[in-house]
Design a protein. Structure first.
Length: 96
């Protein structure tokens, strides 16, 4: 009985760990171009789109860019793909 409980708890732990893991892909998805909407005013800067991980489908979905009001003194760092031994994963951009 102890072996069964141990095995069952290991299965649950592995399942939970996999559902929370960061999405790695062997090949980066293709970015589909789209028409950029008109700039609302000179107070806005364009933030390029990126990717969101969908743990239900274990795949990335494209996120289109958007205009954001320029924040004086802050800079936006673009998102990028990061490669390692597991594959590639998307690192979101940030404001600094």
């Amino acid at each position: 009985m102890k072996k069964f409980i141990f095995f069952a708890s290991m299965v649950v732990m592995v399942t939970l760990f996999n559902s929370c893991s960061v999405g790695y892909v062997a090949q980066e998805p293709v970015y589909h171009t789209y028409n950029r909407p008109q700039r609302p005013s000179n107070d806005y800067i364009w933030i390029e789109g990126g990717w969101n991980w969908n743990s239900g489908t274990n795949s990335y979905t494209q996120v289109n860019g958007n205009w954001e009001r320029h924040d004086n003194g802050r800079k936006h760092k673009q998102g990028h793909w990061k490669k390692n031994k597991h594959g590639s994963r998307w690192v979101n951009g940030s404001h600094r």
